[in-house]
Structures are given as C-alpha cells and as structure tokens.
Design a protein. Sequence first.
Lengths: 118, 110
Amino acid sequence: QVQLQESGPGLVKPSGTLSLTCAVSGDSISSNYWWSWVRQSPGKGLEWIGEIYHSGITKYNPSLKSRFTISVDKSKNQFSLKLSPVTAADTAIYYCARGAVVKPFEYWGQGTLVTVSP
Amino acid sequence: QSVLTQPPSVSGTPGQRVTISCSGSSSNIGSDYVYWYQQLPGAAPKLLIYRNDQRPSGVPDRFSGSKSGTSASLAISGLRSEDEADYYCAAWDDSVSNRVFGGGTKLTVL
C-alpha cells in the first residue's frame, strides 16, 4: 500500500522560504513514477506545481517555475518542495502525489496547510 | 480563471443520474486524455477516472467518463449521499506545457 506523508512548517513569514517534504512508504522513490506537488488555496481549486522523476528530471508549472524547486532524496525515500519568496497568495494546502503517465496523481498524501503570515 | 471549464455546482436526488461537464480546447482535452478526481469534504483528492473512461480498481461502475472533441463528461448513476463531493477534471495542456485542472464542481445530493 503506497502512502505519502507531507511534513513541514504550518506558518511561514512573507518573503521567507517554504520547505516541505513528502515521505514515501510502500514504494521506492526510484520506481517508474513521477512524484508531484499540487496545492489548493482555501476554498479554491487544484493547482499543479510540478513533479520530479527519480533521475532528477523535473517539470514545473510555467507560471510558477521561477519560485519553486523540487528535489528528491533517494537515501531517505522522499522528495521535497521549496518555495521562495513566499507571499500571502501562497497560503494553501500542499499535497504530494505519485503518478504515472497513464494515471497522473494516482496516490495522494493527506495534505498540509501552510499559512503565510507575519 | 481555469483553463478547463466546469459548472460550479450540480445537484441530484438519491438514485438519480447526474453529469458533470468539462470544456477545454484543442491544446488540452482535444489532444490529451481527461482525468477526473473526487474530493470528499476535508480529504485529499482521489483518482476517479483515467484516460477518459477508465476506472481504477475499487471505483464503482456507477462512475463513468466520456470525451468528445474538446469536451468531457463525468456521469454518476444511482446517486448516493456519499457521492457528495467536489469533482475536478484534468488534462495536459500542450500550449503551456502544464497539467491543468478544471475549477471544480460541487455535487450536492438533496
């Protein structure tokens, strides 16, 4: 059973850096899947941030690319998201997900709420 | 403003059949598969339909997907109270090299 668990600070100051980690269990981060981040602003819809393959190949939402960085840590079987600088508009629930070409976002983490506030 | 357009809300009574539409363009739905996700209140989204009309194991056959041209639909038959959720369509958009979602449709079971 594949499980994903997000972790990171729930509160970040404006202009600061948001760092989140997604721990993967029940599967290897080196398996043939894409590991993704998706966010959902309060009361809003879903927004794809980007994804990474275990080789390090990344794809990003072109409208967000310059502020986000996704990386993978094979030794810890996890992948991470960094966002800098943050603004209030980045307040959202951040989800990590596993997917394949055939089934994007097949498995999801429970999500973690990040609030950007002084 | 989402690239894929969905109605904000639909409703139905138990046992009824409802459909949720998703309208796009030639650069997304017209040239790629459509996916549907169900998000129950307070939960993470769940993959409901992949590659236009395929159901992952465990998804009841009450849920079905279809696609025609630049539009797609999700149909839910034999509506149940537990189907009350937000539903999102998604596709890859070639013009912006981006995975795009619809704005979501809130299904209310009356």
